[in-house]
Design a binder for this molecule. Structure first.
Ligand SMILES: [Zn+2]
Length: 181
């Protein structure tokens, strides 16, 4: 069933208390489920450690892999390595007035028996993408881009703006509210 997101639905009711590991391999099919995704191609591994407690789950996501993107500096496509580690708390029950509003805490109703983590995985992959997506520098701070292409670009625009990334996308503000370790 590579064509749906069912593998991201965890039937938590049947799980014993303690830590459970879930491993996911995200590819173009996964990102294809999110047409608005800034990432459309890549190979990203997610190791989810789910710690089931009384009425609480502690979810730790370890994200690592690479995505296909264009270099912000030279415009050429390349595979950008990404890494990240994120923790989120899922509580059973209805959120009450006195509960602190927090992006790290997700409430799910008692009647629920399945936890869908596809949206979390999606967001954490995007949080793992650095603001400046560029070929990694070589030793001595030399840009890892093709020097010939940089030379051409330098001729086109006077004083190239090497170190400046693109303007931050406002959609990132929402993502940034999530906990970043
Ligand atoms: Zn480059």
């Amino acid at each position: 069933m590579a064509n749906d997101l069912r593998e991201y639905e965890i039937p938590f009711v049947g799980l014993k208390q303690g830590v459970h590991h879930f491993n996911y391999e995200l590819d173009d099919v996964f990102f294809g489920h999110f047409p608005e995704s800034q990432v459309q191609q890549g190979k990203v591994f997610v190791d989810l450690a789910l710690d089931k407690k009384e009425r609480l789950f502690v979810l730790n996501f370890d994200v690592s892999g690479s995505i296909s993107t264009d270099c912000d500096r030279c415009g050429q496509p390349f595979d950008l390595p990404i890494h990240g580690n994120y923790t989120i708390y899922v509580k059973l029950g209805d959120k009450r007035e006195e509960d602190v509003d927090s992006e790290e805490v997700v409430w799910i109703p008692d009647s629920e028996s399945i936890l869908d983590i596809s949206e979390m995985v999606y967001e954490f992959v995007h949080l793992s993408v650095p603001m400046l997506k560029a070929h990694p520098d070589k030793a001595g701070g030399v840009p890892g881009c093709d020097p010939e292409i940089l030379k051409l670009l330098g001729q086109e625009e006077e004083g190239s703006q090497d170190e400046k990334g693109p303007d931050p996308d406002p959609r990132w503000d929402i993502l940034n509210n999530l906990n970043i370790n």
